[in-house]
Write a protein that binds this ligand. Structure first.
Ligand code: GAL
Length: 348
């Protein structure tokens, strides 16, 4: 899997700080903490793998933690990472507001905090590294509108505890509201999916199908695990492959569905880019306390330095070239039977 090199400035700062010298004693090896919210979506496993390979390349110790969609558990895990002596804590929060306590405890310990992919609310962080999530929602909606320019739409958004969910939905509505205003489409359901849980997504789509006697022309699922679940609901009405469904994360299971014609599209947010950006920023913060290349976003009253990356729409026309030929998804992974991949199981 191609790796993205650290920005030169980060490497220079790192070496100047004497880190990365593999022969150095343990106490000089820089420690970075990385906390992710779940193992349900395969994208978090990819983020962990990318961060580990960045750390190995530099000779930095990476301490990781995976919570099972459990905010108190993530707080306890981050306490352990702080106790483990990390200089920078990178967190993808299970619950944006609850994670404010993680940021407060890190700041009290003199540890820099990077909000990874999802924003942390209620306390300032040193950097936010994510993709343009409004653009993600626009890409999802555009893929559906191209296939279903008229009819009844189901609009699902992600967990209300995840700041990305409202931004995704805003992006989708940028595309769908004008179509609804013209009377071309009607949004017959507009619901958040608690915890991004596939079972909840499947229940909601089944409810929309029942309420509309199967007269649904498109489903905007906020990510690939919920897309897989939505397609299971459509199968009950023999509509899988006939009603376009969007997703996000370019999971192997989703690429299988896109190539098979049951999922219309997904959105690729390259973890190699996101991990390199976060890791490089962590090096800069550890060495100089600053991240030179950041722009800014506002989170409440707080003006937060941010690195926002560009997402890419994926459909049957470019999936193979962008994801398989590039080596991001192996042919073995692509051919794996559904039971062999966690993401497929989580849709049940
Ligand atoms: C979001 C993330 C998506 C997807 C979802 C479920 O915050 O931006 O890419 O992973 O969580 O984990």
């Amino acid at each position: 899997m191609k790796r993205f090199a650290l920005p030169a400035a980060c490497l220079a700062a790192l070496l100047a700080a004497g880190c990365g010298d593999k022969s150095s004693k343990d106490e000089k090896v820089l420690k970075i903490g990385f906390s992710v919210p779940s193992s349900r979506e395969t994208r978090w496993a990819r983020d962990l793998a990318q961060m580990r390979s960045q750390a190995e390349e530099i000779g930095v110790q990476l301490l990781t933690a995976v919570s099972e969609n459990n905010a108190p558990q993530q707080l306890a895990q981050c306490d352990s990472l702080l106790a483990g002596g990390v200089a920078v804590l990178i967190v993808a929060p299970q619950d944006a507001r609850a994670a404010g306590e993680i940021a407060r405890r890190a700041r009290k310990a003199g540890v820099k905090v990077i909000a990874y992919d999802r924003m942390i609310l209620g306390a300032p962080v040193d950097l936010y590294v994510s993709f343009d999530n409004r653009k993600v929602g626009q890409l999802q909606a555009r893929a559906l509108a191209a296939r279903a320019p008229r009819g009844n739409y189901v609009l699902l958004s992600g967990a209300p505890t995840d700041t990305n969910s409202a931004v995704l939905r805003r992006g989708a509505l940028d595309v769908l509201e004008p179509l609804a205003a013209r009377g071309d489409i009607k949004i017959v359901m507009d619901q958040a999916v608690k915890d991004w849980h596939p079972a909840e997504a499947q229940r909601l789509v089944a409810e929309a199908l029942l309420q509309n006697s199967g007269d649904i022309q498109a489903v905007l699922a906020p990510n690939d695990t919920t897309a897989g679940a939505a397609i299971k609901a459509l199968e009950q009405y023999q509509l899988a492959g006939k009603v376009p469904v969007s997703g996000q994360d370019a999971e192997a299971a989703a690429i299988r569905r896109i190539l098979a014609g049951t999922q219309e599209a997904t959105v690729f947010k390259d973890p190699r880019q996101q991990a390199a950006a976060a890791f490089g920023a962590a090096m800069s913060l550890a060495a100089s306390g600053r991240v030179p290349e950041a722009t800014f976003i506002y989170s409440g009253k707080n003006k937060i330095p941010a690195l926002l990356l560009a997402p890419q729409g994926i459909n049957k026309d470019n999936a193979n070239e962008v994801l398989v030929v590039s080596g991001f998804i192996s042919l073995r992974e692509l051919r794996a039977k559904p039971a062999e991949t966690a993401a497929d199981n989580s849709a049940n």
